[in-house]
Ligand binder design. Sequence first.
Ligand code: HEC
Length: 485
Amino acid sequence: MPRFACLLLLTVVLVMAAQGSSPRAASPQTPAVTFNKDVLPILQKNCQLCHRPGEVAPMSFLTYESTRPWAKAIKEATVSKKMPPWFADSRYGDFRNDPRLNEQEIKTLAAWADNGALEGDVKDKPAAVAWAEGWRIQPDVVISMPEAHKVPAKGSGEIESYLVPNPFKEDTWVNSIEIRPGSPSVVHHAMLQVPEETPGPSFSWGGVSGATCLPSGTASFMESPVAISQPNQGGQPTVKPPKNFAILEAVYVPGSPVTDFQFDGSAKMIRGGGNLRIEVHYTPNGKAVSDQTRIGFSLAKTAPTRRFVTLAPKSLANVRRKIPAGSENYETRGELEFGQDAQLVWLMPHMHLRGKDMTFNLVFPNGNSETVLRADFNFNWQLGYEFDAPIRVRKGTRMVVVAHHDNSINNRFNPDPTRDVSWGNQTSEEMVLPWFGVIVDKNADPERILAVRQGGCSVAATVLPNIPSVAPRLPIPVPSLPKGK
Ligand code: HEC
């Protein structure tokens, strides 16, 4: 690059830095876009989490050499918004883990691909990011399944459960937990739980069984204790059935990111002593492999003031009704009510191959309502959404969840559009599981966070407020443009 161009660039950068604005698009007058100066910083910030050796993406974007062959593909994937993966409707909610590029960044990547994908000057290159090898977090403590589990090439899948010694002797606050399958191709889900001293009725992710289905009308409103296990209190049962909620410490599903439990002074408390339970659901994928799933914990460095609790109602679906073959937009709705003040910080829709979308609406005690997330669902990318700022929910606030399944031929993931689909654990069955995270005062009684109304069971349409499934309830004056960063 000629010297005057460097000086000019320097001046431009300084002026822009002084104004706090971002660089302009490369135009014929501006210096060429290069990998070291313009592209690598974007890849570090938004792509390398997955695009590096040992991670989910098939190619690495750590170096110029490994990225250069993908220049055109990078342009296409980012212009089309296929990458980075993100499915939230940008009209609702602001999420701190939103990985999307802004228009300027997309233009920079396109200009790089269109102008010879140059490497540029080595002195423009930012320092490499110090990724912990084999992890997305920086784990302080790692546990693993006691032995590798052999998954056959064929079969309908199996759920394995392991008790492992708790690495924490005392109650311990953690900032994040990463579940890391050894062979992701056969792991349908994995989760970590603190086992209860007195197990509640067996928990099924599939749906509410007929026996626990609630009567209709207001009687269907039930205070449901949240089965957080507490240290053993003199042999007294600490879990009160019926149990409509599942609590867990961490969950892994395909494509899921790691949840950061730090919001407004919060962390997650892992009870000390005893065992931890690791559950892994294996689904054979045509090749015999073995898997040994590991779990890493990153410890809180300062004492938290609030506690992050991960919850899900058993299911919102009515197990007595199957999803009819061919139906394109099968709707399920359900409603939860907060039994104490809390702050909503995280949402994660979970369904199976026919899942289409899930919407979360909050109805506040004063009657106002707000859509806080509307996300398309993709089985291969089951994302969790972390709010930019915690949403304060007073006691009495209701969370109305509306989900849709597409059991038609238009759904390219649908293994069999000619079949009525029932509810259950298997990938070929369906689920509606709105996982969510709240933070509560460190000393609050977590057992009373929520009550539940299960839509499917309790003549939903008449009991629930009439919230449109797709259209926003409130006209929210934000255009449907993707949000800039
Ligand atoms: C959450 C993980 C993740 C992030 C973040 C991510 N990718 Fe990917 N990317 C993948 C995976 C997995 C694949 C391969 C499977 C697929 O195409 O879905 C992929 C595929 C691609 C492809 C190939 C697409 C094709 O059509 O073959 C390109 C190009 C790409 N990513 C670019 C990017 C860029 C650029 C970024 C950052 C702006 C990014 N990715 C961020 C996981 C990720």
